[in-house]
Design a protein around this ligand. Structure first.
Ligand code: URP
Ligand code: ZN
Ligand code: ZN
Length: 489
């Protein structure tokens, strides 16, 4: 009798990595990929993937899950609902947030979010630490300890009344990140411009959701990017700029990277597929499309696609930030709130990959390997999850999505598995769908059904990198003046 060598073989699919697409079987033993080849030895179970693509499960490196948000309320999802919806959309790793608000003790914050994720997650997860209270204890004791425990990335907000960090404490946080070897991620918009615009618009009676987009003046993005990049260069700290929405913002990043600065950036489907016109609906309906920064113009969409193709932007995340369109979420200030009173954020974990697959693979923009790079491999590398996550390679976790490139699906509110109750992309038809999804060798989605227990997802510790050396070579070579700050450290 032939010995069964592998637990599972995915047979005859077209395997896609960030560099290559080739026909091969993928064999799995336990939780990891054991072999990639043709005619692999028999396994206990086989999945026929002929006519389909086998791609790495998506890594969504920016999603707000069961989090006390900038709006002061908890997002609509639990870890169970959010990660279930991620799995149905072909995503197998999320990096969500452990959010410190002012007055909160960071170790307790981490413990609380760990407990929520441990209970509910059906896929693997990690946390970015949101710092809103950069006290001495936080920066010198709790944050270094948290980084050592595997939380190798920090997030700060430069706007939002509840969470914003001003320039001086931001420099302190950048230095703390540098000393721990952690990435610093930022929501970068100019708070003063936005709050000035909001006040003037409301005073003149402009309260509808469409004025939210106007209040986030385009320049507020580029200005904050420039300021953040300058401060990061001063102390020689790598940064990730979240959710780039404008052509001008993308250009600031291109210029900074052209100077050799350690700047990474992402955009999100809402900036590639929606515009400010989507907020312009009758009454308060447009609140469903309100996020920060807001969707912009068709010309920005083109500029962002170009920035993705040139490598100026390295990842596409969802910025999943779900609020129900009722008194618990978007309408918590009443049935007719002003735009200022509406929580910002859109659900997007489940539709991120189908929207991008349709645009990039089915419609041909940038192609399948770039789709894999932007949605799985690059975020895994940037956030220290690679080579365990984000690729199809021997020894990597068997986190895989089998895509049917021919299946056409019209997105609807009803088919979503998160708790927002709607999708801002309802009515769009996409071609290509993740029909089978595996997490660490387990089939977790098949035939439209979930087969994973809440709590079966695992925490992914990510060490901080090596603490930065006193002078970053690129910065020193390109700009000795700005590197002066690094030499002072
Ligand atoms: O509108 C958004 N993006 N809400 C979520 C919070 C954030 O990261 O800005
Ligand atoms: Zn943000
Ligand atoms: Zn966000």
């Amino acid at each position: 009798m032939t010995e069964l060598v592998y637990d599972l073989i995915i047979c005859g699919g077209r395997v896609a990595t960030a560099t290559d697409v080739f026909e091969a079987d993928v064999a799995i033993t336990g939780e990891t990929i054991a072999a990639i080849g043709r005619g692999l030895a028999p396994a206990k179970r086989e999945i026929d993937a002929r006519g389909k693509f086998v791609v790495p499960g998506g890594v969504d490196s920016h999603c707000h899950i069961e989090q006390l948000s900038a709006a002061g309320i908890v997002n609509a999802d639990t870890f169970q609902s959010a990660t279930t919806s991620a799995a149905f959309g072909g995503t197998t790793t999320v990096i969500s947030f452990a959010a410190q608000h002012v007055g909160m003790h960071l170790p307790q914050v981490l413990e609380d979010y760990h407990a929520l994720a441990r209970k509910g997650a059906v896929i693997d997860y990690a946390f970015h630490i949101i710092i809103a209270d950069p006290s001495k204890e936080t920066l010198t004791r709790d944050l270094p300890e948290a980084i050592k425990q595997g939380h190798g990335s920090i997030k700060i907000f430069m706007t939002y009344d509840l969470l914003k960090i001003d320039d001086e404490p931001l420099l302190d946080i950048l230095v703390a990140a540098r000393e721990g070897g952690a990435m610093l991620c930022a929501h970068a918009e100019n708070h003063g411009i936005i709050s000035w615009m909001v006040k003037r618009l409301l005073a003149r009676g402009y309260t509808d959701p469409k004025y939210h987009a106007i209040s986030h003046a385009r320049f507020s993005e580029a200005e904050a990017f420039n300021r953040l990049i300058g401060m990061a260069a001063l102390v020689d700290q790598p940064i990730m700029i979240f959710h780039v929405s404008t052509a001008e913002g993308a250009k600031v990043i291109r210029d900074a990277r052209g100077q050799g600065l350690k700047v990474f950036a992402e955009t999100c489907p809402q900036y590639l597929f929606l515009t400010a016109d989507d907020l312009d609906k009758r009454g308060i309906e447009g609140a469903k499309w309100m996020c920060s920064p807001p969707p912009r113009r068709a010309s920005d969409q083109e500029a962002l696609w170009q920035a993705l193709s040139l490598g100026d932007l390295q990842t596409i995340s969802s910025d999943h930030a779900p609020y129900r369109f009722d008194e618990t979420g978007k309408l918590r200030a009443g049935p007719s709130p002003t735009f200022k009173q509406v929580a910002n954020g859109l659900p997007g974990l489940e539709v991120r990959l189908p929207l991008l697959f349709d645009a990039m693979v089915s419609k041909g923009r940038l192609g399948l390997s770039k789709f894999v790079e932007l949605t799985a491999t690059a975020p895994a590398k940037i956030y220290n999850l690679h080579p365990r996550k984000g690729s199809i390679a021997i020894g990597a976790d068997a986190d895989l999505a089998i895509w049917d490139p021919d299946q056409r699906v019209t997105l609807s509110d009803e088919m979503m598995h998160d708790r927002a109750g709607y999708t801002p992309f309802a009515g769009r038809t996409v071609q290509g769908w993740p029909v089978t999804v595996l997490s660490r060798g387990r089939v977790i989605v098949a035939d439209g059904k979930l087969a994973a227990e809440p709590g079966s997802g695992q925490f992914l510790p990510r060490s901080g990198g090596e603490p930065a050396k006193p002078t970053g070579r690129l910065v020193a070579d390109m700009n000795p003046e700005t590197n002066f700050g690094a030499r002072l450290l």
